[in-house]
Structure formats: C-alpha cells, structure tokens
Write a protein that binds this ligand. Structure first.
Ligand code: NAP
Length: 299
C-alpha cells in the first residue's frame, strides 16, 4: 500500500487515469494539477493549480508519458490552461522526491539534473518496453489490415530489428500465418531468430531481401530503409515504421516511388490507452514502493 505517500500528477492523457486510479486504490495521497476538466471523479484526490507551494511535500511527481516539451510545457487533455514546468516550481520538491515520466526531453533532464532531483524514465525500462510491445504489435496489425487489400496470412513480412518490439511484432505476424524474415546484425540474434522459426538475415543483405516483401516493419531508430532498399521493393509493399521519430525510412523516396510508407509512433496510447495506462501504473507503483523501502506492496 502507498498509505502516507504523496503523489502529484501534472497533466497527461487517458493513460494517466489508470495510473491515478491505482494510486488512489493503494491509498496514496493524490494531488492532480491540470485536471480541471476531469470528468471521472476520484474519491479523495485534491485538484490544485500549479504553484510554488503545491509540490513542497510531494514524494513522487508523475508527469505525462511525453514529459514536457522543449520549453517546459506540460500537455494535459484535462485542462485548457497552459502548464509550464519551470525551476521555480520544481525546486520546491523535497530532495528525496523523484520525478517520473515516460520519456524526458533534454529540457526536463537538464532541469532535474541542475536541481539534483532524480528523474525516472519509465519507457526506458525493459519490462515496460516488453509489455508495451504487445499493444504496439496489435496496432501494427490494425494498420497492416487498414492499408492493404490482401491478407496477412501467406504474406511476406520483413521485420527490421530484433529488440523488444521487433520480437513481438515478428511473432504476432507469424501467428497470423505470414512468412516472416527478420534482420539483425549480431550473430546471437541471427541464431535466436532461426531458433524461433523466422528466416534470419544480416542488415548488410537488406536490399536483396525485399524483392518480394508485402509488409516491411522497421523498429530500428536509424536510417535503415534507404532509397537503395526501397528501390528493390515491389509497388504493393507497405512500410510501417515503428521506430521513434523521425523513424528509419527514406519517406521522401518511398513517396517518389509510389510505395506507401507510414510512420506509426505511440501505438500503445492510440490502440489500447487503458492497457498502456495499466502497464505504467503497475511499474510506477512498484518503483514508488521500492523508493520508500517497501517491497511487499500490492501489484
Ligand atoms: P530495442 O529493444 O533497443 O531494439 C532496437 C533494435 O534495433 C535492436 O535489435 C538493435 O540491434 C537494432 N538496432 C539499433 N541500431 C541499429 C543499427 N544502426 N542497425 C541495425 N540495427 C540496429 O528497442 P525497442 O524497445 O524494440 O524499440 C524500438 C523502437 O521502437 C524505438 O525507437 C522505440 O522508441 C520505438 N517504439 C515505438 C512504438 C510505437 O508505438 N511505434 C512502441 C514502442 C517502441 P542491436 O542489439 O544489434 O543494437
């Protein structure tokens, strides 16, 4: 339980509701900032405005999954007001407090580092990335179906990258009856891809492996789907780039060649905000329990 622990939330989207719900259920003291239009009523939470005093007894500050922008603005779908997080506010956090977010921009990283406040990026964590790969794969299937007029079954799929997202995507499409090839660069990954029943190949051979591809899914956050690769792809092929912005595809050349290429960021929050929120809620509450030395709390 989180009894006696004060958690403040600033802004967020539908995912944050699941996190708030779990913190309330675990008996934390919860303050919500930037939630003035919130429809759902949580029992016992305090709705407040951002002020210098509001953070001074907060044990954990939860920001939206995207943290702040480069100017410190915090997005909230639950408020029309602009919320800007500056040092003036954050410097009031107790030194034992932690700031949690999904992924932090340099602005937030620098501010936390200057103020010596610990910053935890939840999406960086292995377990979060693996859980999130499930709604990501489901979102990829949804986009694949929406953007083609043929079945996934019996199609030729190429997955680039054999990390947390690539593995789940490869397995999901294999489960739907596709012929799945996976590109990697490490020999141990090539071996594991083979062991899992996919066809492995090295990135060096990518341009030779796409001549019959129907779906190409990229998870590598570097330019790998180059003009040379796209030039060897058939016209009906669909590229879905899952890597973080700006992706790893030469979108300009794909358009020139008439090959549909889609950048698809943030799929968990789009296709399954409730599940994505529960994933964050479970990890956040466990980390807060660890922060306060309690290993035995509810999960
Ligand atoms: P990950 O576990 O680190 O996997 C990344 C993969 O890319 C690894 O297999 C890595 O191989 C490979 N790689 C990295 N640089 C490479 C290069 N220069 N050439 C060839 N391969 C390279 O990351 P992840 O969690 O799967 O996430 C992958 C990307 O998807 C990230 O950009 C993440 O932000 C994004 N993502 C998007 C969504 C969405 O909704 N679209 C959801 C979740 C994640 P090595 O082991 O050889 O380095």
């Amino acid at each position: 339980m989180l009894t006696g622990i004060h958690i403040a939330f600033i802004g967020g989207d539908a995912r944050q509701l699941e996190v708030i719900k779990k913190c309330v259920k675990m008996d934390a003291t919860v303050t919500l900032i930037g939630f003035d239009n919130l429809d759902s009523k949580f029992q016992g939470v305090h709705l407040k405005e951002l002020s210098e005093e509001v953070l001074n007894d907060v044990d954990a500050l939860m920001l939206p999954i995207v943290g702040t922008d480069e100017e410190g603005n915090v997005e909230s779908i639950f408020s029309q007001n602009t919320i800007k997080l500056t040092e003036n506010y954050l410097s009031n956090l107790p030194k034992t407090s932690r700031v949690y977010t999904g992924m932090a921009k340099p602005y937030l990283k620098k501010m936390c580092s200057d103020l010596q406040v610990e910053l935890v990026e939840l999406l960086d964590r292995d377990e979060v990335a693996i859980y999130n790969s499930i709604p990501t794969a489901e979102g990829t299937i949804m986009m694949a179906i929406q953007n083609t007029d043929f079945t996934i079954h019996d199609s030729n799929v190429v997955v680039l990258g054999f990390g947390r997202t690539g593995i789940t995507v490869a397995r999901a499409f294999q489960g739907l009856g596709a012929h799945v090839r996976v590109a990697a660069r490490k020999p141990e990954h090539i071996a594991r891809i083979y062991e899992m029943g996919f066809k492995p190949f090295h990135f060096d051979d990518l341009d030779k492996q796409v001549h019959d591809v129907d779906f190409l899914f990229n998870t590598v956050p570097h330019m790998v789907v180059t003009a040379k690769v796209i030039a060897n792809m058939p016209h009906q092929a669909l590229i879905i780039d899952l890597a973080s912005k700006p992706g790893g595809t030469d979108f300009r050349y794909a358009e020139k060649r008439g090959i549909k290429a889609l950048l698809a960021p943030g799929l968990p929050g789009i296709v399954a905000p409730k599940t994505a929120g529960i994933i964050i809620a479970n990890v956040l509450t466990r980390l807060i329990l660890d922060q306060f030395g309690n290993q035995g709390g509810e999960q």
